[in-house]
Each structure stands twice: as C-alpha cells, then as structure tokens.
Design a protein around this ligand. Sequence first.
Ligand SMILES: CC(=O)N[C@H]1[C@@H](OP(=O)(O)OP(=O)(O)OC[C@H]2O[C@@H](n3ccc(=O)[nH]c3=O)[C@H](O)[C@@H]2O)O[C@H](CO)[C@@H](O)[C@@H]1O
Ligand SMILES: C=C(OP(=O)(O)O)C(=O)O
Length: 430
Amino acid sequence: MDRIRIIGGNPLNGVIPISGAKNAALPLMIASLLTSDTLTLENVPHLADVEQLVRILGNHGVDIAVNGRRERQTDGYSRTIHFTCRTIADTTAPYDLVSKMRASFWVIGPLLAREGKARVSLPGGCAIGTRPVDLFIEGLQALGATMEIDGGYINATAPKGGLIGTRYTFPKVSVGASHVMMMAASLARGTTVIGNAAREPEVVDLANCLNAMGAKITGAGTQTITIEGVTSLSGARHRVLPDRIETGTYAMAVAMAGGDVVLEGTRADLLETALETIRRSGAEITDTADGIRVVRNGGGIKPVDIVTDPFPGFPTDLQAQFMALMTKSSGVSHITETIFENRFMHVQELARLGAKISLSGQTAKIEGVQRLRGAPVMATDLRASVSLVIAGLAAEGETMVSRVYHLDRGFERLEEKLTRCGAIVERVSD
Ligand SMILES: CC(=O)N[C@H]1[C@@H](OP(=O)(O)OP(=O)(O)OC[C@H]2O[C@@H](n3ccc(=O)[nH]c3=O)[C@H](O)[C@@H]2O)O[C@H](CO)[C@@H](O)[C@@H]1O
Ligand SMILES: C=C(OP(=O)(O)O)C(=O)O
C-alpha cells in the first residue's frame, strides 16, 4: 500500500496548476445518463473517484472514450472525456460499486428520469458522519416517484408517463440532493421549483451543463432553482470548473510552509470566504491573470476562528486543512464543524505531530505550538489526509502518511505538484 513521505521545513515557491473539480466532475459525468447523445467533458481530473465512477457508468451502459481514444486510463493531468449512453443497459447500481463512493448514489436521478425506474444501493463515501439519504427520498417522492428501501437498496419507480414537476423545499441544504433534483426534474413533465437549494459552485456548473444539453434551469447559485421539464436532452461540450477545494488546500499549504506560489487556472470567486480567512491568518492573496498568488514570507501565522457552513460560507471540505494551519498559529483558535457530525478524525493524527487540540462537541480548540515534529500518521478520510500533508510540510523531520488511497480520491498528482515548488514529498510503494 502506498504511503507519502514528507521532509518538512522547505518553503513552497513556483506554480501549481489547479485541476478540474472532483465534486463538479462527478455529477457532470452522471448527467451523461440523461441523453443518448455524447456528453464531452473537458478538464476532468485524473482521480480514483473518477475511475470508480467510470466503472459505475460503464455498468449502466455508458461508453467512455478518453481524448478520443477508447481507453480508461491516461497518465496526463486533467483530460477530455466523451461519455455516450445510447441506451441504459442496467437500472441497478450494485452495492459493490456504490458502497465505495457517495456520489455514485446520485445515478438514481437520471436513471429514474430516463428509464422510469432505478434500484440503487445505499451509498458509501468518506466516513465523516451518518450521511442519510432522506432528502433524496423526499425530493424524488415530490416528483411523483415511489421510493422503497429493500435489502440495502432503494427501489425508485416513476409514475406512468414519467416524473411530474413539483414545488419542493429542502428542510436542510444538500449538495447531492440538489444535483439529483435538478437532473431528475429536467426530464419531468411541467415545472419544478426547488427551495433551500445548495448554492455551491458545483451545483451551478451542473446547471450550466444541463442547460447546454437543452434543459431549462434558472436560479442555480441561489436558494431557489426553477426547472422547466423538457422531453429529451441532447449532447454537449462542457469544461469542468476548477477545484476550489484543491485551490484552498494549496493556499493553506503555502500559508503553512511559507513561500510564494501562483495557483494557476483557478478562480478566487469560487472560495472568497476561505481566501479571506487565509488572509486573516497572515498570508497575502492576490488575483493574477489566470489564477491567484499566495505569499507568506516571514511573519507568523495568526489564529483565526472559523465555522463551517454551506456555500458561500467556509467549506467543510477545507476544515481539516485549516486546522493543520492553525496548529502553528501564534495563539488560540476555534473551529466549529456544522455540516458533518464526525469530521474531526484528523485531530488525533495531528496530535502525533505535536499539535495541541481539544474537542468539545462540534468545536475544536487549537492552541498554536512553535514546532511540529514529523511522525508516522494515518489518513482517515480524503481531506483529513491532506491536512496531514500540510502539517508535515511545516514539521521538523520526516512525516510518513499511510492509507493514501484516501488522498488519491481527490488530489491529482499531489506529490508532483508540491515537489515542483521545492517541497520534499515522495510516494513510497511497499
Ligand atoms: C461528491 C461531493 O460533491 N461531495 C460533497 C458534497 O457531499 P454531499 O452531497 O454528500 O453532502 P450534502 O450537502 O448532501 O450534506 C450536507 C448535510 O446534509 C445531510 N444530509 C444530506 C442528504 C440527505 O438526504 N440527508 C441529510 O441529512 C448530510 O448528512 C450533511 O450533514 O457536499 C458536502 C458538503 O459541502 C461536501 O463535504 C462533499 O465533499
Ligand atoms: C467528503 C468528500 O467526498 P464524498 O462526498 O465523496 O465522500 C470530499 O470531497 O471531501
């Protein structure tokens, strides 16, 4: 099993290309199930989650060609991939495929809308909380579907003649349920109005792609999304938006290790709250022609309190990384996690490096220390694993991160991107 070895103490200087967003690419790939034409996606990151979804979509009958070639793996950075689902081969998404990744559950929307039925295993994904699916069930029921749980699967059936437009307000903001409702309602009869929708940029990206495919969606990016159903969708070409979580992660890595790095191909407007928080911690962040520049040369790390929130708030997917940064601040900071009830697994691993963190309910208190010391640590989930890398960059000596398959779900060529900026980070294969 691969591990990542880091020798801390070097500042980061140079350019880091930001990949296409995992959390946008996954729902966009799933949207290919809605049409018999080809959906071409540019800037798809080369990640374990993308490869897993390729397998899942293949099972449903999607033909996948990378850069025009019929193959599933290339060595390059983010790629152009063509997805064609002439007919749905299978409306069942089996446990062994779906259990590995939360987003795979989202195929339920397109399968139901296009074929009138779906049998989808209850999902897996990062172990960061209970992660129920009640909002999906209620939302799809509002569109007229019958939803039954049977043997760990959800059996969903559309009424005769297809799903029916509806007004439905989510009792809680959910990114995934917003994606699924938009996809399902795009092929429903009549108009659907979704209230309390997620406003994340990835929801906007999916709406833009669906509109390019012929859907009629307005309001994405606000709390109310209106979808006028159409009878069919066509193919389209769409570029996956830059990864705001990868952007924020490297910005925090620079704030932690010091240095001067341009994050290329990204957009500041995708993560204003996070960037403002990093600025308050002492780093300078400015816009460049094609991205952002992050600088911290000298000057300490200041303590900053954060509370995670749905977009446009501070993203839960950057909480662990920010905690790593705060471990070396010059004072005491507090981090409150409001999205997932069990997203503090990195605390005990950061403690191995010498961090002083105590937990009280959903709030972590971090007392900044002057020195972290390298140690063997274990990745527990995707963002937790990269928080250990960030801490390792500023720790004295060697940090060895195990279980890096978590990291490979969401960070494209992390060790190469950091090494090019002067860090000592290598993958060790046993
Ligand atoms: C692949 C992807 O894009 N994953 C992201 C997506 O996950 P995901 O879409 O799974 O996250 P949600 O926005 O749905 O979850 C938000 C909250 O709603 C709860 N909930 C959700 C659905 C439901 O039916 N019932 C319910 O109670 C969840 O347990 C959680 O407490 O958004 C999260 C919140 O920004 C991010 O951390 C994940 O990285
Ligand atoms: C939690 C995440 O992913 P998933 O929803 O796929 O578990 C993440 O991207 O940080």
